[in-house]
Every structure is written in structure tokens, then in C-alpha cells.
Design a protein around this ligand. Structure first.
Ligand code: V47
Ligand code: SF4
Length: 373
């Protein structure tokens, strides 16, 4: 007899039937999908959902954005054990407002239309600092969308200033904040958080801040970091908490499964590293469970170009961005390029059998790259 977690062919067919009829999957269904022996079949089921959600005429669309990452400081009062980016001793830095603007200019000159800005929790970089940074960037480059400040940074800034999350967000929106990235979610399970990121924003606060942002009309993303000692149940519960938050507030645009890199950390011996199949299953199961999320991102920086391409046939419909200079994962040993040219991004998507679509942050289509006849 099959155990509670094993998934037989008959049980998989029953889950597939639910998916086809648009029925919402349960926690138990998701756990079974993680244990179904044939990952590729789970992937095809997710791919069918991706096609259906895309809508008529867009079934083969895969999105990317021409963007840059900006990290104004790597000094951080937090001590997440998986993070090699923050506090590298003598190499700690904090940019002035002018320095941030000069970095932004390099991207703008290359034609980027989004700045993805996140940084350490640094008392020097207070609310006033970010208001000045945002205003300076928006006054010089008004067309650029600012996707900035994780929920962790919002919690820190609001506490630093003694104001509510809502007031903190309103001030940043007034200064030019356009949307929020999905970082800082890690794994919501308390015991994993306790081991890996003791003081970090608890799940309820992370979700609350995104809920407040959504109520103010700000869109946001959500992530999950694997390879930090989580189990299948922790991942399923994490994804379900996001689905519930999305039912309540509705402003998430996409979900991004992340994978931990270990260089510069001391956690490798305590955790098991996700295999490529695990990473593809995260993409597929999240596409199947998150029936209320429009998009699933295959973050090429962490997956690598080939696995990111494969993830497109496991339910992902977005490759993230060209990026210009990624620091967080590269500080922890990622060997992927620091950036991709738009042409390379489009080539990756077309070679995987999809139609490259350049988008803006809010998933408005800027350009559909037509196949060469
Ligand atoms: O929150 C930290 C993760 C995240 C490591 O919203 C690490 O569009 C791997 O959230 N190895 C930041 N990961 C990245 C992020 C993101 C990326 C792309 C797009 C979007 C979006 C958001 O990076 C952190 C943390 O979970 N991280 N250390 C590490 N050693
Ligand atoms: Fe700080 Fe973020 Fe690194 Fe944690 S992951 S130490 S909050 S920069």
C-alpha cells in the first residue's frame, strides 16, 4: 500500500484531472507531486497550466526584462547564515546618493527600463536616504521603474523611524517606488528560520507588509529560497501561505523559486543541496499550486542558462532580466555571467522553443520578437 507521501500513477492521474478541471490543489496533492517518481510528467502538467493561463495567442510567450540590479550597501545588521553578500569585512561599502545615481546612469545608458534595488539593513541608509535616492533617480530618469525594498527592508526602516509599514511605504511611493521585489521570504517555517536567519522578519510580518503594499496599489513578487535545510512539507506550506496571501490581497505578480549557493557560508554540511530535478520540481509544483499567481520566474542567474531553459517546459514563463551586475548570488559562488545581452536572452528563449517577449516590470508587453522566417 502507498504511504501518505508516495504518489502512485493513479493518484497522479487524479491530480491531473483536478488540474484539467481547474480545481484547486490541496497540501496533500502538492506533497504527492513532490514524490511522484516522474518529474517530467509533473513538468508537463505544469506546462499545460502555463499555456492555459497565458491566454489565446500567448501560449508560447516567455517574458524577460531589460533591467539592472543596484545594491547601495552591503553593510547589514542581520546575520543570515546563507548570505555571503553582507558584511565582507574590509569590502563593506555604502554608496552616497550621488554614487547610486551614477551607477544607475550606467544602466540607463544601456537602455534598461527597470532598476531592481535591494541592500543590507544599514542605519546610515535610513528612510530619508532612500527617499533622496528614489527622488534623484526618478528626476533624472523618469521612465525607469523602481522595483525596490524587500519586506525585510520595509520592516527595518519602519522600525528605525518608529512609523507604520503603511506610512513607510507611502513615503517611498511618493518618492518614486514603483513595486517591490520578492526577496527575504526564504522559507517561512519557523524552525528553518530559527536555524538560518534567527532575527529575520517572521513569515506573518513578511506577508503583512506585502498585503499592506497591495492595499496601496503597489504590486510585488514572492520568493522561496531552497537548500537551507527545508523539507518538502516546508516548501509546500511556504507556497500555500503565499497562495492564501494572494487570495487576501491579490498584488503578487510572480513567484521565484531560488536556490542557495554556499561559498563563503558555513552551512553546506548542515543542509542538502537541491538537485536540478528538485529545482525543476519547485518550478512545476509552484505553477500548479499557485493558481492565483500570474507568472513563475526561472531565475537564470541561479539556475544557469540551460536549466532555466528547461524550466520553461516545467511551467515557468519568465526568465527575469538582463541584470547588468548581480552581486548577491555571485558573492556566494555563482559562476553564471553577471549579465546577459538582450540578444542572448532572446536567443535562449527562442532556442528553447518559445517566443521571446520583452516586458516592463508590470508585465506590459514592450515587444514580441517574431521568429525569423
Ligand atoms: O532574499 C541570499 C537570496 C534573495 C543567497 O522579485 C541567496 O523579481 C542564493 O529576492 N545564494 C534576493 N540566494 C534575490 C531576490 C530576487 C531575485 C530575482 C528577482 C526577484 C524579483 C527577487 O537572494 C534574498 C535571499 O533569499 N539569497 N543569499 C545565497 N547565498
Ligand atoms: Fe542582510 Fe539580506 Fe544578507 Fe540577510 S540576506 S544578511 S537581511 S543582506
Amino acid at each position: 500500500m502507498a504511504s501518505d507521501t508516495q504518489c502512485s500513477a493513479g493518484e497522479f492521474l487524479e491530480i491531473a484531472r483536478k488540474v484539467e478541471s481547474g480545481e484547486r490543489l490541496s497540501r496533500q496533492d502538492a506533497i504527492k507531486l513532490y514524490h511522484y517518481p516522474d518529474a517530467a510528467e509533473v513538468g508537463s502538467l505544469a506546462e499545460s497550466v502555463r499555456r492555459r493561463k497565458a491566454g489565446a495567442g500567448k501560449e508560447r510567450h516567455v517574458y524577460y526584462i531589460h533591467n539592472m540590479h543596484l545594491n547601495p550597501t552591503n553593510f547589514c545588521v542581520e546575520t543570515c547564515r546563507f548570505c555571503s553578500y553582507a558584511n565582507p569585512g574590509q569590502n563593506s561599502y555604502t554608496w552616497t546618493v550621488d554614487e547610486v545615481v551614477e551607477e544607475a546612469r550606467k544602466g540607463v545608458e544601456l537602455g534598461i527600463n527597470e532598476i531592481h534595488m535591494v541592500g543590507g539593513l544599514n542605519p546610515i541608509c535610513n528612510l530619508n536616504y532612500y527617499e533622496e535616492v528614489f527622488r534623484a533617480i526618478k528626476s533624472q530618469f523618469p521612465h525607469v521603474h523602481l522595483k525596490a525594498m524587500t519586506a525585510v527592508e520595509i520592516e527595518y526602516l519602519a522600525n528605525l523611524e518608529g512609523i507604520t509599514y503603511k506610512d513607510c511605504l507611502l513615503r517611498l511611493m511618493d518618492a518614486g517606488l514603483g513595486s517591490m521585489p520578492g526577496g527575504g521570504a526564504e522559507i517561512f517555517d519557523e524552525s528553518v528560520r530559527e536555524r538560518m536567519a534567527v532575527k529575520k522578519t517572521p513569515a506573518a510580518v513578511w506577508l503583512e507588509i506585502h498585503g499592506v503594499a497591495h492595499s496601496l496599489g503597489l504590486k510585488s513578487n514572492a520568493t522561496m529560497l531552497t537548500g537551507i535545510g527545508e523539507n518538502v512539507e516546508n516548501k509546500v506550506d511556504h507556497i500555500l501561505m503565499l497562495r492564501e496571501q494572494q487570495d487576501r490581497s491579490g498584488g503578487f505578480m510572480c513567484f521565484i523559486p531560488l536556490k542557495c549557493y554556499y561559498e563563503g557560508t558555513n552551512i553546506k554540511d548542515e543542509v542538502s543541496e537541491p538537485t536540478n530535478e528538485d529545482l525543476l520540481r519547485d518550478v512545476a509544483v509552484s505553477r500548479l499550486l499557485l493558481d492565483n499567481f500570474p507568472h513563475i520566474k526561472a531565475y537564470w542567474i541561479q539556475l544557469g542558462e540551460t536549466l532555466a531553459q528547461t524550466a520553461l517546459s516545467y511551467g515557468a514563463d519568465d526568465l527575469d532580466g538582463t541584470i547588468l551586475e548581480e552581486k548577491i548570488t555571485h558573492a556566494a559562488g555563482a559562476k553564471t555571467p553577471l549579465q546577459l545581452a538582450k540578444e542572448r536572452m532572446e536567443e535562449l528563449i527562442s532556442k528553447a522553443g518559445y517566443l521571446p517577449v520583452e516586458r516592463d516590470t508590470l508585465y506590459n508587453i514592450k515587444r514580441v520578437v517574431q521568429p525569423v522566417a
